[in-house]
Design a protein around this ligand. Structure first.
Ligand code: MN
Length: 333
């Protein structure tokens, strides 16, 4: 799991231990296990948010862990061209390569530790897939895609695309150097990540060595979610066990704590977690397939606009697929 790593973690700035006189530790209110699914043209995912309450996740609406999978030659898959409206996607690669193109002229290639942000806003068509050489040769593929909701006033914002390179992510460590903290978006203890979303969020990928403990200040007005990407450990000061593929929703407080078990499996020697926080939007959610709006009528209008070609057209790119798939159904993306 390379993402961004450092040769000598001890040279990184240290996030001080929370002041016990003001720290209010967030405890675990629910722990759910992500079921496996299949996305796009058939790549394996874990549905990280399945089983959790949407109001606890707000402003996040969907999280897929993509892989981890070792593709055989010819096996790697992506998505067909498909539409979105009403939210933003954040795609982060830990291993492997993903290509993106959209109808707004955005696009790029992301790999180990890179992040791609796409504001669908008023509407966009896009395609996400491994590059041809990865399909031909096979190889490791591991990442995640997060959906961040937009408030009513910004659902029809102009589409936007940002590529964030691995080297732009803010790095820090815990007082004893046992945890590598990558701040991708938002701010933690004065360390600010490069990602910008319309809805304020904090997004951290932390790697804890076996036996390490990480306590971070966490904005009290944000929610707090911990998703275990690899390894096993515990969440909260009550040490609620969590392992790869599990999501912990935390309650109120201003401090978030994660601990790695002292013994990890050799295939994943570290406890890797995504830490997610955002300011809840508290608006009604009407969601069908690739559209996340406030009302059913707005979702119906999105499907109608898509059919009429008003969400954009597929750009003429040599070698790109030229057929639009059927509009995805309720479980489509
Ligand atoms: Mn998509």
């Amino acid at each position: 799991m390379p993402a961004v790593s450092v040769d000598d973690i001890t040279v990184l700035p240290r996030i001080p231990a929370p002041d016990p006189t003001v720290a209010r530790h967030r405890s675990v209110v629910s722990l759910t296990t992500a079921p496996s699914g299949v996305e796009g043209d058939g790549f394996p995912v874990r549905r990280a948010f399945a089983g959790a309450y949407l109001e606890d996740l707000d402003p996040f609406i969907h999280l897929d862990q993509m892989g981890e999978v070792e593709y055989a030659p010819g096996e790697a898959k992506g998505t067909p061209w498909h539409p979105h409206r009403g939210f933003e996607t954040v795609t982060y690669m830990l291993d492997g390569v993903f290509e993106h193109s959209d109808s707004n002229g955005g696009g790029g290639v992301i790999t180990n530790g890179d992040t791609q942000w796409m504001t669908a806003g008023a509407g966009i068509l896009h395609i996400e897939r491994p590059p041809d050489w990865l399909v031909a040769h096979g190889g490791l593929f591991h990442g995640f895609q997060l959906w961040v909701n937009l408030p009513r006033a910004q659902k029809l914002a102009a589409p936007r695309y940002q590529d964030i390179r691995a080297g732009e992510v803010a790095l820090a460590t815990s007082p004893d150097g046992g945890a590598l903290v990558r701040v991708i978006a938002g701010e933690v203890a004065g360390h600010r990540g490069p990602g910008t979303t319309h809805t304020p969020i904090t997004l951290v990928h932390a790697t804890l060595a076996a036996g390490a403990r990480l306590a971070l200040p966490w904005r009290a007005d944000f929610n707090a979610l911990v998703y275990a990407l690899a390894g096993h450990g515990s969440v909260g000061t009550e040490l609620r066990p969590a392992r790869m593929g599990q999501l912990a929703v935390l309650g109120p407080g201003n401090t978030l704590t994660v601990s790695a078990d002292p013994v990890q499996e050799s295939r994943s020697p570290t406890f890797d977690v995504l830490l997610l926080g955002g300011r809840p939007i508290r608006e009604p959610i009407a969601w069908a397939g690739p559209f996340v709006m406030n009302t059913r009528e707005e979702v119906a209008a999105a499907f109608e606009d898509y059919r009429a070609g008003r969400l954009g057209t597929i750009p003429a790119v040599h070698g790109a697929p030229t057929t639009i798939q059927e509009a995805p159904g309720a479980d489509g993306r």
